[in-house]
Write a protein that binds this ligand. Structure first.
Ligand SMILES: Cc1ncc(COP(=O)(O)O)c(C=O)c1O
Length: 379
């Protein structure tokens, strides 16, 4: 099946008890057994739930993986991956990624004896400087949040294999419509399904997809043992979101391109960072591994002051000032004070995340209206 067909059909069967075409929300905490151990495959809803089961299968199929696991949030999915590790293990992670992931690694997991190296992942060879016998995991996001840097997944996967380390790719920004990291050698794909997969800003959810059975067993054990599972209604919302992912992503890409081009020509704008520009430093890799460039971008103003940025951030009408991304509606955000506030300022500045940087999640409204909205705000 092609991806658009998989998004609608993969992993989903008509409900066995009624034939309902849409997977029902199995709002139950437990399942009746005929005699001890004699049941229909479902014992307790933290461990198994039919709505979640359908979603896990669908997610595996659309990322070209064999196994999918769902979590209560993208962060819960990240947490589960790190719990594969033991004290003394080392992780090499991108120095430019979602602030909450950085916060979890440094503030939660360092104290359990894990060591994290935050490095520039745009050069796969750079990773070699940090590998040693304790390296167990390489973690990257591509495109990164919010700087839109691109990691060459194939090249990093080769380094991971050479070192017997796992490669986990956070594919939240691209979505499976634009990129499938497992095909390029990643071991685990992570999504904050809160974003493009759900797509309607009405659910917080996360997932992991992989091919290796042993890895899936270990992560399923963590999922069940630590219990950060999503409720069935949230799984239903993500399942419903998946069915239109391709149509939404096509419009996100079209609108993203129009707005990036318009911003680039605006005399008040200093720099626009969108991975579809031919002069983006990682354009060649983006073109190689992505099927489109998406609707995420950021920009700075010629007047590089917080005041000027604040004026834009509080003047748009269609672009709502809010955290998150990937929904049908356009959002504008200020990474330094919002999504990335948990990263120390010196660390942020090293990666170009200046105080006046503005991030856009371009939605699927009419692009002309979105441009008119930005035009009013950037004057
Ligand atoms: C790239 C990326 N990964 C992971 C997360 C965490 O996901 P969640 O908010 O669903 O916990 C986010 C949240 O913004 C994100 O942007």
């Amino acid at each position: 099946m092609k991806l658009a067909t998989k998004l609608i059909h993969a992993g989903i069967e008509p409900d066995p008890s009624t034939g309902a075409i849409m997977t029902p929300i199995y709002q139950t905490s437990t399942y009746v057994q005929e005699s001890p151990g004699n049941h229909k495959g479902y014992e307790y809803a933290r461990t198994q739930n039919p709505t979640r089961h359908a979603l896990q299968n669908a997610l595996a199929a659309i990322e070209n993986g064999k196994y999918g696991l769902c979590f209560a949030s993208g962060s819960a999915a990240t947490d589960a991956v790190i719990k594969l590790l033991n004290p003394g293990d080392e992780v090499i992670a991108a120095n430019d990624m979602y602030g909450g992931t950085y916060r979890m690694f440094t503030k939660i997991f360092e104290k359990y004896g894990l060591k994290f190296h935050f490095i520039n992942m745009q050069d796969a060879e750079e990773i070699n400087k940090y590998t040693n016998k304790n390296t167990k995991l390489i973690w990257t996001e591509t495109p990164t949040n919010p700087m839109m840097n691109i990691t060459d997944i194939e090249a990093v996967a080769a380094v991971a294999k050479r070192n017997n380390a796992l490669l986990c790719v956070d594919n939240t920004f691209a979505s499976p419509w634009l990129q499938n990291p497992l095909d390029q050698g990643a071991d685990i794909v992570l999504h904050s399904a809160t974003k493009y997969l759900g797509g309607h800003s009405d659910v917080v959810h996360g997932c992991l997809i992989m091919n290796d059975e042993t890895l899936n067993d270990k992560l399923a054990f963590i999922q069940n043992s630590t219990g950060a599972v999503p409720g069935p209604q949230d799984c239903f919302l993500v399942l419903r979101g998946l069915k239109t992912l391709h149509i939404r992503m096509q419009r996100h890409c079209e609108n993203g391109e129009k707005i990036a081009m318009w911003l680039k020509k605006n005399s008040k704008v200093n720099k626009v960072i969108w991975c579809g520009f031919e002069d983006h430093p990682n354009y060649a890799i983006a073109k190689k591994q992505m099927r489109g460039f998406g609707g995420m971008m950021c920009f700075t103003l010629k007047d590089d002051s917080m005041d000027a940025a604040n004026k834009v951030l509080s003047s748009t009408k269609l672009f709502s000032l809010a955290e998150s991304l990937g929904g049908v509606e356009s959002l504008i955000g200020h990474p330094a004070s919002m999504t990335h506030a948990s990263i120390p300022r010196e660390e942020r500045l090293k990666n170009g995340l200046v105080d006046s940087l503005i991030r856009l999640s371009v939605g699927i409204e009419d692009a002309d209206d979105l441009i008119a909205d930005l035009n009013e705000a950037i004057r």
